[in-house]
Every structure is written in structure tokens, then in C-alpha cells.
Write a protein that binds this ligand. Structure first.
Ligand SMILES: [Zn+2]
Length: 56
């Protein structure tokens, strides 16, 4: 899953936009750089298991 939210480096608001902050026009940055961690891997593994069993 891709992280879509961006954070304004000027006012700190979160936005789904990718160009400018809708509130103040400041620069938007990715608050959490997308990184593949063992933890995320484990979560997506459990998610797919649930999906297979029809629990989701
Ligand atoms: Zn802003």
C-alpha cells in the first residue's frame, strides 16, 4: 500500500494533494518515507490470509 498523505512543511497540515498545501500554499513533504519493513510485510501477509478465508 502506498502512502498518499503528504504533510505541509510550513503549517504541518496533512493533504492528499501532491503539489502545494491547500491551506497555506507551502511545500508538501512525505511524512513517512515509504519503506519496506518486516512489520509491514507481516501485516500484509495476515491481511491476505484473512481475505482468502473470506473474513474481509
Ligand atoms: Zn500549509
Amino acid at each position: 500500500m502506498k502512502w498518499l498523505m503528504k504533510k505541509c512543511s510550513s503549517c504541518g497540515r496533512y493533504s492528499l494533494r501532491s503539489d502545494r498545501c491547500p491551506a497555506c500554499g507551502g511545500e508538501l513533504v512525505v511524512p513517512h518515507p515509504p519503506r519496506f519493513s518486516p512489520h509491514d510485510k507481516y501485516l500484509s501477509y495476515r491481511y491476505s490470509l484473512k481475505k482468502e478465508k473470506g473474513l474481509l
